[in-house]
Design a protein around this ligand. Structure first.
Ligand code: AMP
Ligand code: MG
Length: 523
């Protein structure tokens, strides 16, 4: 017997859709697209009442120019970056001033927990999906309003677009799973934030932009049929256990298999963030990728002087997303995904077990990573733990530069390491214990000392996208129209583990003018 209408949980109220350009509004062009395009996520069977995606055209921008195309990202799809840079058709496509013939752009719907509060409908408010090329989804960020823009303008400003473009590619070069960035287009169109700025569009690329929030949306709409479709899509994307991807298996088991894999990937991604000192800044569930990719670059940061409680997002008043909170928040976000999957599973235990996967995977990933970073892979546990704790205590008390501290150790440069601390003496006792540990570890591994250092340098970057460096790139573009620093930094960050003598200064801690740089959600 069904519960009476009055006893059923009611659906959350949703805001009205934002007026947006209808399909056919933007010019159609044929930039000579290669074979291999597909509708991507929009290819999932549609439901008229609750579609996964809605068609929407981009809105035009004035005076667009292609600032950069990532050679590596272009190559993923068999595209040639130089050809794209000089093609007016691609410029039109990548700025959202035209749509490819036969390729209807669209926005997808999702929900999410923002700073712990459930928002029943968010969606791609300023991201337009173009479809997929050879299995890579292309998405324009900042190409105008969509049905999900709510009260906002659908745009992205130059400064945040430069940060996203550079950081996506930098994270990839660091070996950290991330969405990629194909291109960045600058425009003269004004955009109002705290002041008037100019608009830009980044074309992001990923095998999928599926978020935890997609599952939360269809769970909260009580559309278990559509939730099940999303699970099948997720399982396929994740390539979980082949048995789990056969639709013959009950949906409950497929959902649990999916959660296990998402948990494993999220754990590995979060451990890598912690290892490199990366802070996402807005770890809301709508910014969490089912594929365990770093997604939605906003007020992110890399740690300069170490402070475990550092909050990189100026709008995060309570430090919910501080550096040290990230592993815990990742787990909390996964528990929101588990909650969304519950109606398909109808049992707590298998979901809780999948969440436990996160804890064990994270512990294993971070331990392995830090042992490699410090070059102490075979040090016995009873030496390792206290040495590691005291290392972080030293970084914290002396506010030592996170990137340079690991890098100095990777060169065996004790003096350079001590120079990072205002009180050099404070480093001495830790360094002498470290030297003993290194000797012990080397003896156990039978590894030549220089080879150990080489291995450390291949995992401890010299260059990360520090806020002050991003700021230099942005001000050169904004104030002088000079794109050279953008190209220099993009190329530098493609090989962050190498020495680049010409660009040595970009490895430095923030100069005085940048001590109080702040980044916020405004983008
Ligand atoms: P974010 O904090 O950037 O992850 O964005 C949260 C939500 O707000 C997402 O649904 C975004 O699409 C939407 N959003 C953010 N900025 C804008 C904007 N300028 N115009 C339209 N939607 C936006
Ligand atoms: Mg977002």
């Amino acid at each position: 017997m069904n519960a009476p209408e009055s006893l059923r949980p009611s659906l959350p109220a949703l805001p009205p859709f934002t007026p947006h350009p209808q399909p056919g509004t933007a010019p159609r062009i044929d930039p000579g697209l290669p074979d291999g395009w597909s509708p991507g996520f929009a290819g999932l069977a549609a439901d008229l009442e609750e579609p996964f995606t809605r068609p929407c055209d981009p809105s035009p921008l004035q005076d667009c120019s292609l600032l950069a195309v990532s050679e590596d990202a272009a190559a993923l799809m068999g595209l040639d970056a130089r050809e794209l840079m000089h093609s007016p058709a691609w410029l039109a496509l990548l700025s959202g001033n035209a749509v490819g013939r036969h390729l209807q752009s669209y926005a997808s719907v999702y929900a999410g927990h923002q700073f712990g509060v459930f928002v029943p409908r968010l969606g791609d408010g300023r991201a337009l999906n173009l479809g997929a090329l050879h299995g890579w989804e292309l998405q324009l960020k900042g190409a105008g309003q969509t049905p999900y823009a709510r009260f906002a303008d659908g745009r992205a400003v130059l400064r945040s677009s430069v940060r996203e473009y550079l950081c996506s590619e930098a994270m990839h070069a660091l070996g950290i799973p991330t969405t990629r960035a194909l291109s960045i287009v600058a425009s003269a169109s004004p955009v109002l934030r705290e002041t008037v700025e100019t608009a830009a569009v980044v074309c992001r690329v990923a095998p999928s932009f599926l978020r935890f929030g997609h599952f939360e949306y269809f769970a909260s709409r009580q559309r278990l049929d559509l939730l099940e479709q999303l699970v099948s899509h997720g399982v396929e994307l994740l390539g979980c256990d082949p048995i789990a991807s056969t639709s013959a298996l009950p949906v409950a088991e497929r959902a649990v298999a999916m959660l296990h894999e998402v948990a494993r990937r999220s754990a590995s991604m979060t451990a890598q963030w912690m290892g490199v000192g990366f802070m996402h800044g807005v770890m809301n569930t709508d910014n969490c990728s089912i594929l365990g990719l770093t997604l939605d670059y906003g007020p992110f940061g890399f740690m300069d002087g170490f402070n475990a409680g550092h909050i990189c997002n100026h709008s995060d008043h309570h430090g919910r997303y501080s550096f040290q909170s990230q592993p815990q928040v990742s787990l909390w976000n996964l528990s929101r995904l588990a909650n969304a999957l519950y109606p398909l599973v109808n049992a707590r235990e298998p979901l809780t077990e999948a969440l436990e996967t996160f804890k064990s995977s994270y512990a294993q990933s971070i331990e392995g990573l830090l042992r490699k970073k410090l070059g102490l892979e075979s040090l016995p546990e009873d030496y390792w733990s206290p040495l590691l704790d005291d290392f972080y205590a030293l970084l914290q008390s002396q506010r030592m530069d996170h990137t340079l501290a690991f890098r100095a150790l990777s060169h065996g440069q004790e003096q350079a390491f001590m120079n990072l601390a205002p009180d050099r003496e404070a480093c001495k006792s830790w360094l002498s214990r470290y030297q003993e540990a290194v000797a012990l570890s080397l003896a156990r591994r039978g590894l030549p000392a220089e080879q150990r250092l080489q291995q450390m340098r291949a995992i401890n970057p010299k260059y990360v996208l520090r806020n002050w460096v991003a700021e230099e790139v942005i001000s050169a573009l904004r104030d002088r129209g000079d794109a050279q620093p953008l190209h220099d930094i993009a190329s530098l960050l493609r090989s962050p583990f190498e020495e680049h003598p010409k660009f040595e200064h970009y490895a430095s801690p923030p100069p005085d003018w940048a001590q109080h740089l702040s980044v916020s959600c405004s983008s």
